[in-house]
Design a protein around this ligand. Structure first.
Ligand SMILES: NC(=O)c1ccc[n+]([C@@H]2O[C@H](COP(=O)([O-])OP(=O)(O)OC[C@H]3O[C@@H](n4cnc5c(N)ncnc54)[C@H](OP(=O)(O)O)[C@@H]3O)[C@@H](O)[C@H]2O)c1
Length: 266
């Protein structure tokens, strides 16, 4: 029995790479897709992929009129939460790739997933190398109490920090809060230059032309420091394998889970 997927954002940069990969898989099938500008068309025609035969709808509500096992969210943060809640109401498990959802959004999503006894797997970055960075950073945070996080992306990226960095800060908060030698309120000068306090980490977002997406975490101790950095390339390929794995494994969970390692044996 193949896993039936509804894919929101199927015509986008990340969603179209995933849709094409699904068309080549033997155990996953696309039953519906969401894109406003291509509504009423067939996804196979839009993407030039003859193996895909999947109707496109303007809203998740309409796409979910086709029963599915997994709803995959790859759109924009302004519509992502409501798509996820709608999918849970329709009895689907959900994978969230969209960045920019807030901690308050996730609290609401967690409550809804428990209520419907379905899983929501939210993954700030599906690339294996970033999943490993998260894991190594958690190990380092157990021994090193001070760190700061840098978030680099192109000038076109509207949400800040990236979903990758949000998830990193969230996960480190479960280890411990990062310590500050000088409390922020005692900063002399312009306190904003010290970055934003997010989930007990200092986070600094840079948005400039020529960047794609990078995340860097710097751990500092007296007379020594450790820097870990992840750089994404320009194609969506690194996200595809992780996304397929999430679709295959999300039904093994219940409630909200954050990070691909929740379904990996790391
Ligand atoms: N977790 C990860 O590893 C990962 C990897 C890559 C990207 N992302 C995140 O995934 C999201 C999508 O990125 P992208 O680069 O693929 O964006 P994109 O190229 O702009 O594609 C967005 C897709 O969502 C659809 N969409 C946008 N707003 C919509 C709305 N209000 N209602 C219905 N459909 C809507 C678009 O179609 P229409 O405009 O036709 O509606 C399009 O298909 C972003 O948040 C990005 O940061 C995460």
């Amino acid at each position: 029995m193949s896993i039936r997927v509804s894919l929101a954002g199927a015509t986008g940069w990340a969603g179209s790479a995933l849709a094409i990969a699904i068309s080549k898989s033997s155990d996953i099938s696309l039953v519906s897709a969401v894109s406003r500008s291509h509504a009423q068309r067939n996804l196979g025609d839009v993407l030039g992929e003859p193996l895909l035969n999947c109707p496109i709808y303007a809203t998740a509500q309409d796409a979910l009129s086709h029963p599915c096992d997994v709803f995959f969210e790859f759109t924009k943060p302004d519509v992502a939460k409501s798509n996820v809640l709608t999918a849970l109401q329709h009895g689907a498990h959900v994978v969230v790739g969209t960045s920019g959802l807030t901690e308050a959004d996730y609290a609401e999503i967690a409550a809804a997933s428990e209520k419907h006894q379905k899983a929501v797997l939210a993954v700030g970055n599906f690339a294996l190398t970033m999943v490993l960075l998260q894991k190594f950073a958690e190990m380092a945070a157990r021994y090193i109490p001070q760190w700061e996080i840098m978030d680099y992306a192109s000038d076109q990226k509207r949400d800040a920090p990236s979903g990758t960095v949000r998830e990193l800060a969230y996960r480190l908060s479960a280890v411990r809060p990062s310590e500050l030698t000088v409390p922020l309120e005692q900063t002399q000068g312009v306190a904003e230059t010290r970055g934003a306090r997010m989930n007990s980490s200092q986070v600094h977002s840079i948005r400039l032309p020529s960047y794609t997406l990078s995340a860097e975490i710097i751990f500092g101790m007296p007379d020594q420091k450790l820097t870990m950095r992840h750089d994404s390339g320009s194609s969506a390929e690194p996200y595809v394998d992780g996304s397929l794995l999430a679709i295959r494994k999300v039904n093994t969970l219940v409630g909200l889970h954050r990070g691909l390692d929740k379904i990996l044996d790391l």
